[in-house]
Write a protein that binds this ligand. Structure first.
Ligand code: 13P
Length: 255
């Protein structure tokens, strides 16, 4: 089964709207038309509109970094799915480890968001991954299983087609430490196995499982060469046109 590679930039809390516009326009110059690799940028909420304008007419797609799972109303500081769609966002990152850690997001809350995103025609990028402490205690696969099945509870086989999973070992995020390709592949294959058990083989084979955590041009090729690694969710290296476009190139050249 060949899955289309996906390279997504998670800009986190970086770039003003005008800086975001400049970065996105630079990426758009390179990613002019649809090719073998799907490209997504995920700016802050306040930059979404400007970035959306910057990528108009290119093949770059827009994603958000979060949403609140209610249609509208008294939820101060939050953003709805409808608002994201209004600026032409297609993807939304959910369950990122930084939100789990700093905002105490639980698997059940993340699951609400995943289901809400799907019902509202957004494609969730569900992030899962273990901390260093959990890895050292031999709990990696248990943690990944709990977060994956917890995040996907109640998601149908049809809807699963619109979900992307991102495996991001927390100890590799922003630290310069990357999981070796073998370590990452082991967990990615495990994720696909869990999806096969929870759904079926053909549904599991269609889901893209991205790797995230200090992915950069120097280590991308060997990660992307792994059978079950279908792209990357990139933090630091997504903040400059050259490094991000080098990652897109690495995905184009991946087997
Ligand atoms: P870095 O690429 O900066 O390690 O961040 C990874 C990440 O958290 C993407 O969501």
């Amino acid at each position: 089964m060949s899955r289309r590679y996906l390279i997504a930039g998670n800009w986190k809390m970086n770039k003003t709207p005008s800086e975001g516009h400049e970065l996105a326009a630079g990426i758009g110059q390179v990613v002019k038309k649809e090719e073998s690799v799907e490209v997504v940028v995920c700016p802050t909420f306040i930059a979404l509109d400007r970035v959306s304008q910057a990528i108009e007419g290119t093949a770059v797609k827009l994603g958000a970094q979060n949403l609140y799972p209610k249609a509208s109303g008294a939820y101060t500081g939050e953003i709805s799915a409808e608002m994201l769609r209004a600026v032409f966002a297609k993807y939304v990152i959910l369950g990122h480890s930084e939100r789990r850690e700093y905002f105490s997001e639980s698997d059940s809350f993340i699951n609400e968001k995943v289901k809400f995103a799907l019902e509202n025609l957004l494609h969730p990028i569900l992030c899962i991954g273990e901390t260093l402490e959990q890895r050292e205690a031999g709990q990696t696969l248990d943690v990944v299983k709990t977060q994956l099945l917890g995040g996907l509870g109640g998601v149908s086989k049809e809807a699963l087609n619109n979900v992307v999973i991102a495996y991001e070992p927390v100890w590799a995020i922003g630290t310069g430490k990357t999981a070796t390709p073998e370590m990452a592949q082991e967990v990615h294959a495990f994720i696909r196995q869990l999806l096969t058990e929870a759904y079926d083989e053909s549904a599991a084979q269609k889901v893209r499982v991205l790797y995230g955590g200090s992915m950069k041009p120097a280590n991308a090729a060997e990660l992307l060469a792994q059978e079950d690694i279908d792209g990357g969710l990139i933090g630091g290296a997504s903040l400059e046109v050259n490094s991000f476009c080098d990652l897109i190139e690495a995905a184009k050249n991946a087997p």
